[in-house]
Write a protein that binds this ligand. Sequence first.
Ligand SMILES: NC(=O)c1ccc[n+]([C@@H]2O[C@H](COP(=O)([O-])OP(=O)(O)OC[C@H]3O[C@@H](n4cnc5c(N)ncnc54)[C@H](OP(=O)(O)O)[C@@H]3O)[C@@H](O)[C@H]2O)c1
Length: 270
Amino acid sequence: MKIGIIGYGSMGRMFLEKMSGTAEFAKEEYLIANRTQAKIEHLRDTYQVCDSNAQLAAEADIIFLCVEPSEMKKVLTDIQPVVGKATFLVSLNGSIQFAQMEQVCKNKFAKVIPSVTAEVNQAQTLVCFNELVEPQERELLMRLLSCMGDVMELPESEIGMGSELVSCMPGFIASIFHEICTVAATHTMIPEEQIIEMVLKTMAGTGRLMLNNKYTFEEVIGRVATKGGITEEGVKVIHNRLPEVMEELFQKTLEKRSLTTRKASEMFGE
Ligand SMILES: NC(=O)c1ccc[n+]([C@@H]2O[C@H](COP(=O)([O-])OP(=O)(O)OC[C@H]3O[C@@H](n4cnc5c(N)ncnc54)[C@H](OP(=O)(O)O)[C@@H]3O)[C@@H](O)[C@H]2O)c1
């Protein structure tokens, strides 16, 4: 089995490191291609470095397409003349549709939505498949991705919102907790690094508490916010003010996602 990775940027590098770090396939079975060849030369001793996307596609059984959305059509066009019918193509982009990619390559396709939390093996990776993918290929991909954490299948129509929930979410969570820590710092002499550590560890612990004990959000609030107490005051502010902000957040991100999908339609000549 040969595993190809086209695009050695943030995601391509993470996928190569994570997947080739498992015992599933030998490191020599991984093939890498990148637009800027100089960036992958150092990998030659360990992996198969390819001089072009077409060279990689002629050999690989499964190919991870880890390029920017604006490059997707070009890459598919590069590999189309040489890629075998049975080759399984895996896109990492949530906004480009199967129907668009199939216009160029009539292949088995999956979309994989990664999360940066894969770096600490805590990802909730999303996956969906086109109708040509066989059960054993689904299983193979799910197994390969499980080295980064949990894997969840969603229908293609839900991949957009799913991407906001797992892929964008680390950025949203970091922004929210950054605000919390910044405002907290104006009310205390505790050094900023200590505030951040206290909040982050409490955040991670709250997640673990909920997942381990299957608590709902209301149950956690009920455990902490005694009637007429201090936590209850803070919870009231959050319940009153945050829904409006969150509504705006999802309106904006989903609007932006539709725009990316429209741009992809133009790129694929629809
Ligand atoms: N970053 C995330 O957290 C994240 C999360 C979810 C989904 N994604 C998706 O994952 C995909 C990759 O994202 P990324 O963050 O890894 O992007 P990135 O860091 O910008 O890397 C893109 C890589 O693709 C290479 N490339 C571009 N055009 C190419 C071509 N024609 N042939 C071969 N290689 C080419 C680039 O080469 P150069 O070295 O020449 O620039 C670069 O190494 C995108 O579709 C993105 O939407 C990313």
